[in-house]
Design a binder for this molecule. Structure first.
Ligand code: HPA
Length: 236
């Protein structure tokens, strides 16, 4: 099975809102719908009701496992730290730094006798990412490649000094969910291409403070990304 997991913006898309089903996994409940044969899982639950630090990431990923998902496009709204992926654009995430804490970010939680230190040299599926990029370019979008995503714990936004430090660490974009989710997805063996779209300049980079794209622009961007993601998943 193929799936999309999305958060801010994506979870308002009408294609996915109808026919939401609840499933109960061994880690708790999660929700999904099916559109054009592709599973959609709303990261923050329907109605965007859970903040990033309260999401049950293990239930979400276990839900994907239980539904037989082996290929996934994960979509993230982010803030821009560098010009590699500036507000209003989208692109592929190549790598990440995870600063989130107090979250369950592994299935090796003592409930099994064995464990594996999962390699993360290549955090995301290159083939699936390349197919998404090709489809985006064919549709006329100049997508940003190779962004580094830094995961903060949230739910507060960052200080300007934190953003400056993250830039020095090599991060291009900032968000609050990818690191936790990508860790579990890789442990689960799900092939995952991560797509980020920027909705603001991060703290300290915009003279007006942190200002987000208008809802309409976010809707347009997420609509574009979903269409490309659905096309990509139906080709593989
Ligand atoms: N910081 C953290 N997470 C985000 C941001 C941001 O500026 N924008 C969208 N998600």
């Amino acid at each position: 099975m193929k799936a999309i997991i999305g958060g801010t913006g994506i979870d308002k898309d009408k294609r996915f809102l109808e026919g939401m089903e609840r499933i109960v996994t061994k880690y708790g409940e999660t929700y999904y719908s099916v559109f054009d044969g592709i599973i959609y899982l709303p990261r923050h639950r329907p109605g965007h009701s859970l903040p990033p630090h309260m999401i049950n990431y293990k239930a979400n990923v276990q839900g994907l496992i239980d539904l037989g998902v082996d290929e996934l496009i994960s979509i993230y709204a982010v803030g821009s730290i560098t010009r590699r992926l500036s507000p209003g654009r989208f692109g592929l995430v190549k790598d990440f730094i995870d600063l989130a804490y107090s979250r369950e970010n592994t299935f090796y939680d003592g409930s099994t006798r064995d464990f594996r230190c999962t390699p993360f040299v290549e955090p995301f599926d290159r083939k699936l990412g390349a197919l998404f990029a090709r489809n985006a370019v064919t549709a006329g979008y100049a997508i940003a490649m190779d962004s580094v995503y830094i995961t903060t714990n949230g739910p507060r936004l960052e200080t300007p000094a934190e953003i400056m430090a993250y830039r020095n660490m090599g991060a291009d974009i900032v968000g609050m969910t990818l690191g936790t989710e990508a860790a579990l997805l890789k442990e689960a063996g799900i092939r995952n291409a991560a797509v980020a779209y920027s909705i603001n300049w991060a703290a300290g980079l915009d003279a007006e403070g942190v200002s987000f794209l208008e809802d309409e622009s976010i809707e347009r961007l997420s609509d574009t990304i979903i269409s490309i993601a659905v096309k990509t998943l139906s080709q593989c």
